[in-house]
Design a protein around this ligand. Structure first.
Ligand code: ISE
Length: 331
């Protein structure tokens, strides 16, 4: 496939590198509002066309598939342009910052009648998550009762508000819980360590509890005040428990200490998952049939739960998740 990448910040450049290095596919074009940054990304990937307008890139004849890694509020309009052009797209999460916009994207794809959108929930491609998932599928854990997730980031600069953390970051963990339970959350409740902080105040740590249709509970720590970067989960079933392992970095004993390095950012922790995500998406796209990775519905449904999480902070109580019924396209 000939691929165009929109947005050449850290994430877009990493995706562009994975496309260029895939062997099977070509990086045809990149786009960024910062022309210098776009040209630099093109150069580090061995050269390609450079656009200053995302929709022009999407419509270009030389581009067969699109990756959207531009700012959050551009995700939905650009994904809609991909649907219009009939081109497969991998769009970074969140699919939109607002739930109504996310619903419009789902409705447009349903009207088209074909799955062309994949959302960037790369944990589906992370070996540690996949191993845990396999253990659950093999029946070793019995019935899944509890998903416990942790998502720890060193403090971002600039700081993120509680709303931003719930809508931009916690959607990953909400998606992991939906993926493992295979069902939708019914209720969401969020508490932070400092009850005086409002939804637009900086986030420190959010503790999100979700109850699921058909039983099951998820308890998720999203912590933007952490010593390093850690993402993991524990699945508690009625017959067993699986926990994703600690980092596989070597354990060093020296100076009367035992040390093991921990990642500082997702850009190192999840590199293999991002590469696998792009390769799986392109392999699906190249067949010309439906995409099979996390869908626009997953993007919408995680956002519906994130919207309930925002309301839970605002109203100080558990909130029911409101969402449209799942269209047959995503059965
Ligand atoms: C951040 O919001 C991201 O976009 C990354 O995908 C994620 O892995 C990271 O933990 C988030 O904080």
């Amino acid at each position: 496939m000939r691929v165009g990448v929109i947005g050449t910040g850290g994430m877009g450049t990493l995706h562009a590198r994975h496309v260029a290095g895939s062997g099977a596919h070509t990086l045809a074009a990149v786009m960024d509002v910062d022309g210098h940054r776009a040209r630099e990304a093109a150069a580090t990937c061995g050269g390609c066309a450079v656009f200053s307008d995302g929709v022009e890139l999407i419509r270009a004849a030389a581009v067969e598939a699109v990756i959207i890694a531009s700012p959050d509020e551009t995700h939905a309009p650009l994904a809609l342009a991909c649907l219009e052009a009939g081109k497969p797209v991998l769009v970074e999460k969140p699919i939109a910052p607002e739930i109504d916009t996310a619903r419009e994207v789902v409705e447009a794809e349903v009207a088209l009648g074909r799955r062309l959108i994949q959302v960037g929930f790369m944990r589906h491609y992370d070996p540690a998550h996949l191993d845990a998932r396999r253990t659950l599928d093999e029946g070793t854990l019995g019935t899944l009762m509890l998903f416990r997730g942790w998502h720890r980031n060193p403090p971002p600069d600039p700081a993120l508000s509680r709303r931003q953390v719930l809508v931009r970051a916690a959607v990953h963990d909400i998606q992991s819980a939906r993926w493992l339970f295979g069902r939708e959350p019914l209720w969401v409740s969020v508490v932070g360590p400092d009850p005086s902080r409002g939804i637009d105040d900086p986030s420190v740590l959010e503790s999100i509890t979700m109850t699921f249709e058909g039983g099951g509970v998820a308890v998720i720590e999203v912590n933007v005040s952490a010593y390093a970067y850690e993402v993991g989960m524990e699945l508690v079933g009625d017959a067993g428990i699986v926990t994703t392992p600690l980092p596989s970095a070597p354990i060093v004993r020296a100076d009367a200490m035992v040390r093991q390095a921990v990642d500082r950012s997702w850009t190192t922790r999840f590199v293999p998952a991002y590469r696998a995500e792009v390769e799986a998406w392109l392999a699906d796209a190249a067949t010309g049939t439906a995409l099979t990775g996390p869908s626009a519905w997953d993007g919408y449904a995680t956002l519906a739960a994130a919207a309930a999480a925002v309301r839970s902070v605002e109203e100080g109580r558990p909130v029911a998740v409101e969402r449209i019924p799942r269209p047959d396209l995503y059965a």
